[in-house]
Design a protein around this ligand. Structure first.
Ligand SMILES: Cc1cc2nc3c(=O)[nH]c(=O)nc-3n(C[C@H](O)[C@H](O)[C@H](O)COP(=O)(O)O)c2cc1C
Length: 335
C-alpha cells in the first residue's frame, strides 16, 4: 500500500566514469547518535504487540546485528500500557544491534479518550528498557489517526510533552509517511529533539492502509477519507532537503526501496536512510530472506558510491544531482 508516485526516481546522481578508487575502499560506516554503524541504514519501526510479531522482530534484529545497522520496533504502547506480548519487543535484546530505537506515538503522550491511559515518561522509560534502546522514537501519525475510525484526534499539547520526554531521553521525531517540514522540525528541535526520521510521502501510505481497513469494517465514510488522502504529505526527498542543514541527524525514509534510493537520499544531505515496508515481506518469510534482501540493498549502495567516486558516505553529499519531475516542482514552489 504505497503512494502513487516514486519521488526517489526523480533524483539522479551524475555518473563518474573515472572513480579512481577500488571497490574495496568504499566504506559505508557512519556514526549515528553516537553509535557506530557499518552502513547508513536503519530498519524503522513496524511491529510488536501480537504473537506473530516476535518472529518478524527477531529476523529484523538478528539481521541488523549481523550487518551492523540500526533497528527500531513498532509502537510499544500495547506492551507498556497493557502488558501485551512484551516478548514480541524484548526479543530484540537477544541481538547485539548497534542502534536500537524504542517507539511510542505522539497522539498517545497526551490525554485522548477517558479510557485510554496516557503514555508518560515512566511508560517511555519502560519502552526503552524493554528492548535496551539507545534512542526513543516518537512517531507523528495524525494522517493515520484522521482516517482510522477509532483514531486519536487531539493534538494540543503534544509539543510540550515531546519537550518533557526530550529532557529525559534522546528523542528522535519521526513521521509515518507524510514527511516533516522545516518549520515543524525547527519547533521540534527547540523542544530538544536530537534527530529526525522524515518518513515522507512516496512509500507506505497510511491513508491507503486505513482505507483498506475501513473497507473491511464497512466504515464507508472513513474509506472515502482514506481514498482522498491516499497521496497526502511532503515528498520524502523534499523533506530531506528541508531538514538537511539543521545541525542534527536526518534519517531519510518513505519509499526507500533499494541501495540506489539510499545513495540518492544521502546525496541530498541525509545522514542515514530508513526502510520499513520494503523489508517486511522478507522478514515475515525468514531470517535468510531478510538477510538476502538487506545484503542486496547494501551492495546497491556500494555500487552507487563506487560509480560516483564516493569513498565514504559523506562524499555522497558532494555528488552532483539532477532533480526532475514532481520533486523538482515541489522544491521550486515551496515557499
Ligand atoms: C506495517 C507497518 C507498520 C508500521 N508501524 C509503525 C509504528 O508502529 N511506529 C512507527 O513509528 N512507524 C511505523 N511504521 C512506519 C515506518 O516506520 C516508516 O516510517 C514508513 O512506513 C515509511 O517507510 P517505508 O516507505 O519504507 O515503509 C510502520 C510501517 C509499516 C509498513
Amino acid at each position: 500500500m504505497e503512494g502513487r508516485y516514486r519521488f526517489w526516481d526523480d533524483v539522479e546522481l551524475v555518473h563518474n566514469s573515472l572513480p579512481e578508487i577500488d571497490l574495496e575502499e568504499v566504506d559505508t560506516a557512519i556514526s549515528l547518535f553516537g553509535r557506530q554503524l557499518k552502513a547508513p541504514l536503519v530498519i524503522t519501526g513496524m511491529t510488536g504487540g501480537y504473537p506473530g510479531a516476535t518472529f518478524i522482530n527477531r529476523n529484523l534484529a538478528r539481521a541488523a546485528a549481523e550487518l551492523g545497522i540500526g533497528f527500531g520496533v513498532g509502537s510499544e504502547r500495547a506492551a507498556v500500557v497493557k502488558g501485551a506480548y512484551p516478548e514480541s519487543y524484548s526479543c530484540a535484546r537477544d541481538y547485539d544491534v548497534p542502534l536500537k530505537l524504542a517507539n511510542i506515538g505522539a497522539p498517545q503522550i497526551i490525554h485522548q479518550a477517558a479510557e485510554d491511559p496516557v503514555v508518560g515518561p515512566e511508560e517511555a522509560q519502560r519502552a526503552m528498557e524493554l528492548i535496551g534502546a539507545h534512542v526513543l522514537a516518537i512517531h507523528l501519525n495524525y494522517l493515520q489517526e484522521m482516517i482510522q475510525p477509532e483514531g486519536d484526534r487531539r493534538a494540543r499539547g503534544v509539543l510540550a510533552q515531546i519537550a518533557r520526554m526530550a529532557r529525559r531521553f534522546p528523542v528522535l521525531a519521526k513521521e509515518t509517511g507524510a514527511g516533516i517540514s522545516r518549520p515543524v522540525a525547527l519547533r521540534l528541535r527547540r523542544a530538544g529533539v536530537k534527530g529526525f526520521d522524515v518518513s515522507g510521502r512516496g512509500g507506505t501510505s497510511f491513508a491507503a492502509v486505513e482505507y483498506h481497513r475501513a473497507v473491511k469494517q464497512g466504515a464507508t465514510r472513513q474509506a472515502r477519507l482514506g481514498k482522498t488522502f491516499w497521496d497526502w504529505g511532503i515528498p520524502a526527498p523534499v523533506s530531506v532537503v528541508e531538514l538537511a542543514h539543521l545541525g542534527v541527524p536526518v534519517i531519510a525514509s518513505g519509499g526507500i526501496r533499494n541501495g540506489l534510493d539510499a545513495a540518492r537520499a544521502l546525496a541530498l544531505g541525509a545522514t542515514a536512510v530508513g526502510t520499513a515496508g520494503g523489508i517486511l515481506r522478507a522478514a515475515t518469510e525468514s531470517y535468510e530472506a531478510t538477510r538476502e534482501e538487506l545484503e542486496i540493498f547494501l551492495q546497491e549502495l556500494r555500487t552507487a558510491m563506487f560509480l560516483t567516486g564516493s569513498r565514504q558516505v559523506r562524499d555522497l553529499a558532494r555528488v552532483r544531482t539532477v532533480v526532475r519531475g514532481e520533486t523538482r516542482s515541489w522544491l521550486d514552489q515551496l515557499p
